[in-house]
Design a protein around this ligand. Structure first.
Ligand code: UDP
Ligand code: MG
Length: 209
């Protein structure tokens, strides 16, 4: 193999990541599914990975995770990062949507320490949505039987506080380095996805992927 080909081979192996952030109920999971169907990414929801870990019989962290989730607090990054790294390793693919992470400074520091150098962060997809609409969506999701222990008004207030005080500054950090693509997430699922599509098509035509 000549050196140009070898370089290409190496760059092909680098895992590519899009972080997906936004308030609770902004539509991250819903839109991620559509991105998977249309753009061939693997969806890794940090919240889902934590809920799965919590369910495992005998999990060392089950109780801790449940308490953090109900209280709307952010689980210590080493737990979340280990789950993400394992899921990436086991996926057999190389393009990931990492949904709901990094959502505070501890998450960001842990990611930078453990993973950042090994992957290419393509951009941060930010679903911007008012707290009123987010609340309505989470409460309807709870009423429709989401089974989530945090889709109730009391947990939601805590989740929003965490979002405003801890996650927003992370989004601002990425805005400062021009990595954020913002989408108005208050519209219908279909309309939001039109804007999401535009963000991914832009990336593809910029040759970033
Ligand atoms: N969570 C966490 N670290 C993460 C992602 C999620 O600690 O990196 C916890 C946190 O308590 C959060 C909950 O899991 O409130 C639910 O997160 P999820 O992303 O599933 O909720 P969403 O924001 O999509 O409604
Ligand atoms: Mg979610």
């Amino acid at each position: 193999m000549n050196s140009a080909k070898r370089l290409l081979k190496i760059s092909e192996m680098v895992h590519k990541v899009v972080f997906v952030l936004g308030g609770p109920g902004a539509g991250k999971g819903t839109q991620c599914q559509k991105i998977v169907d249309n753009f061939g990414f693997k969806h890794l929801s940090a919240g889902d990975l934590l809920r799965e870990e919590r369910q495992k019989p005998g999990s060392e962290y089950g109780e801790l995770i449940e308490t953090y989730i109900r209280e709307g607090k952010i689980v210590p990054v080493d737990i979340t990062c280990s789950l993400l790294e394992r899921a990436m390793r086991e996926s057999g693919t190389d393009k990931f949507l990492i949904d709901g992470f990094p959502r505070n400074q501890d998450n960001l520091d842990g990611w930078n320490r453990r993973v950042a150098e090994k992957v290419k962060l393509l951009f941060v997809l930010f679903f911007d949505c008012s707290l009123e609409i987010c609340t309505d969506r989470c409460l309807s999701r709870g009423a429709a039987g989401s089974g989530r222990s945090d889709d109730n008004l009391e947990s939601l207030k805590k989740r929003f506080n965490t979002y405003v005080n801890e996650t927003k500054p992370i989004i601002e950090h990425y805005e400062q380095i021009n990595l954020v693509k913002r989408v108005d997430a208050s519209k219908t699922q279909e309309d939001v996805f039109e804007d999401v599509k535009a963000a991914f098509v832009d990336m593809e035509s910029a040759g970033d992927n």
